[in-house]
Write a protein that binds this ligand. Structure first.
Ligand code: ZN
Ligand code: ZN
Length: 253
């Protein structure tokens, strides 16, 4: 299996337009962050976690030519704004594109993309086949995903585990019942916004406490804002087995 971190940044994107800070001005490609999303790929199946506003660019950059499903973590705009850009996959593959989402998230998608859900849609719009997900494991092709319920501020959202890999974005609270599902991880990909307290994202310090508790073999932080600091400088102070994620990072197992 392969995981490609297609975006590791936050809603404004880094660099932030017009910002003169050292992160936004950095020449290090690891400091250039599109909105957070990731592709999970087996030999037969390719799925993407979320379709944010940078979706099209991310798929081109990662060389993704087939998409079997979109799996949504939650409905915030930085995670759903690119859904219309699945068109090339939809047309080439010739079948309704499977979407997996919480019922609340589906409601948001049906509102935002009402034209794609009409009975007699305009020719050329993408069509979807939506499935409910909750706490039960589900299968996308030959990939089994275990939903990991999380809180993102007050909003219940989902992380996902596949084998010994877990993807937990947009969260600042992992319930004990979910922590029980996160033992024995080889790879943990985890939200760490920046250093200052935030109402719906882990700070770097809080994320490090989660790592301490869950003890995954290797952790990569994601959904970082430009206030996190330069990749090189921040990473130099992280414990062994903990790194900052960066766009294009690939994990294999
Ligand atoms: Zn969010
Ligand atoms: Zn987000």
């Amino acid at each position: 299996m392969k995981f490609i971190l297609t975006g590791s940044g936050t809603s404004q994107g880094v660099p932030v337009i017009g910002c003169k800070c050292q992160v936004c001005q950095s020449a290090d490609p690891r400091d250039k962050r599109l909105r957070t999303s990731g592709v999970l790929q087996s030999e037969r199946t390719t799925l993407v976690f979320d379709t944010g506003p940078d979706f099209r660019q991310q798929m081109l950059r990662a060389g993704i030519t087939r998409l079997d499903a979109v799996v949504f973590t939650h409905e915030h705009q930085d995670h759903v704004a690119g859904l219309d850009d699945v068109r090339p996959f939809f047309f080439r593959q010739g079948e309704d594109l499977p979407i997996y989402a919480l019922p609340r998230v589906q409601k948001r998608l049906r509102l935002a993309y009402d034209y794609a859900f009409e009975k007699n849609p305009y020719h050329g719009v993408p069509r979807f086949q939506i499935s409910d997900i909750g706490e039960m494991p589900f299968q996308v092709g030959d990939i089994e995903l275990l939903p990991i319920p999380l809180l993102h501020g007050k909003l219940p959202v989902l992380g996902f585990r596949a084998d010994d890999f877990a993807y937990l974005t947009d969260t600042n609270f992992i319930p004990d019942s979910s922590k029980e599902k996160l033992h024995g991880l080889k790879f943990l990909v985890l939200d760490a916004l920046h250093h200052n307290k935030h109402y719906s994202h882990f700070t770097l310090e809080e994320a490090l406490e989660v790592v301490e508790e869950l003890q995954p073999e290797q952790t990569y932080f994601i959904h970082m804002s430009h206030l996190m600091g330069n990749h090189e400088q921040v990473e130099a102070h992280l414990p062994t087995g903990v790194s900052l994620g960066f766009d294009g990072l690939e994990l294999l197992w």
